[in-house]
Design a protein around this ligand. Structure first.
Ligand code: 1HN
Length: 345
């Protein structure tokens, strides 16, 4: 036989012929499809506030929030060009809203979180209730809830958006609608959801829906005070004092697809090496720290955002008392029993 199947040229010719029939040989890609450990094209990356803030400000003179619908700079992972994503599943962006602007009401099947980075006095309206935003506030717009943003204040406001865009895209479950009114009608006074669902009580006839929290605002004032109270208590070797945001009605994640966390590292804290399968986006709220990975390290300070992809070993060193906010796809992985973590001694 002169065209044995193990000859490279014969194989290539065969691959070319079957390609015309939408067929591919698994044996050429098997190891990459099913690697021994997580493999992602996402890379660790850092967006320093000092670098991105001028670009965000400049975007304000190039396009209005109304025209853009959402005036956002995507924090696109350099390892995933053109994919508008920050980890393999999670999108992050920095959104600017200037005084007097409105970002019109819409809804979509992607869920979103906001973490306020800079400025105050803007609001987000979610399902008929407005919440005024201050730095460090964590606010969610669960899937298919109407949401619009406005800035009746007198300073620009910038927040970090986190969305499950790539997950919903992968599932082919993207839907969106415009409300028709720029700002949705306000049907509940500010603070209504917090009083009803976030005061350690629930309405007696409350039934949880979709695993989505009925509380959509987690003010930094309260979260920060909680961390401060715990500062002298026991600490995790890798994470310092790390808390996860919860749906107060279930104890689960506030959004079915996105887990969010706030952590406090005391000055001088040297965390043990850690990795987990949920690629994570971090933003520094207070303080300064060094993030040490196997092949690179970076120093981070307030308002800087960075990403640690899945299964990338890293450790956190706090130069000062430091507060980090982070989010990832952990609830999805946990629901599917896929989530793993590893702490080193
Ligand atoms: C979106 O609706 C918002 O509502 C922000 O503020 C970022 C990124 C992709 C798709 C929809 C928002 C978004 C988004």
């Amino acid at each position: 036989m002169n065209a044995r199947i193990d000859e490279p040229a014969a194989r290539r010719a065969y691959y070319d012929r079957i390609a015309g029939h939408s067929l591919k040989p698994l044996w050429e890609v098997l190891a990459a499809l099913v690697p021994a450990q997580p493999a992602t094209d996402a890379v660790p990356a850092l967006w320093r506030w000092a670098d991105v803030h001028p670009f965000i400000t400049e975007s304000g003179s190039l396009i209005t929030a109304r025209e853009a619908e959402r005036r956002v700079l995507i924090l696109e992972n350099p390892g995933l060009p053109g994919q508008s994503t920050t980890t393999s599943t999670m999108y992050a962006g920095l959104q600017l809203i200037l005084p007097g602007e409105v970002a019109p009401a819409h809804r979509h099947t992607q869920s979103a979180l906001r973490f306020v980075v800079d400025g105050e006095g803007a609001y987000t309206a979610v399902d008929g209730e407005r919440v005024t935003m201050a730095p460090g506030d964590f606010i969610i717009t669960p899937m298919w809830t109407w949401h619009d943003h406005g800035n009746p204040g007198d300073e620009p406001v910038t927040w970090l958006d986190g969305l499950d865009i790539a997950v919903v895209r992968m599932l082919g479950a993207q839907f969106r609608e415009n409300h028709g009114h720029e700002a949705q009608p306000v049907s509940r006074p500010e603070g209504d959801a917090a009083a009803r669902y976030g005061s350690g009580m629930l309405p007696v006839d409350y039934a949880p829906r979709n695993g989505v929290t009925p509380v959509f605002s987690y003010p930094y004032r309260r979260s920060r005070a909680a961390l401060a109270r715990m500062a002298d208590g026991p600490r995790h070797r890798c994470h310092g004092i790390k808390m996860r945001y919860v749906n107060p009605a279930t104890g689960g994640a506030p959004i079915a697809t996105i887990g969010a966390f706030l952590q406090w590292l005391p000055a001088g804290f040297a965390g043990a090496p850690y990795r987990s399968t949920d690629g994570t986006v971090f933003t520094v709220v207070e303080g300064s720290a060094r993030v040490e990975l196997d092949d690179r390290s970076f120093d981070v300070g307030p308002k800087d955002t960075f990403v640690i992809p899945s299964w990338h070993r890293h450790r956190l060193h706090a130069r000062e008392d430091t507060v980090l906010f982070s989010f990832s796809d952990r609830p999805i992985q946990q629901a599917l029993h896929l989530w793993r973590e590893h702490e080193e001694a």
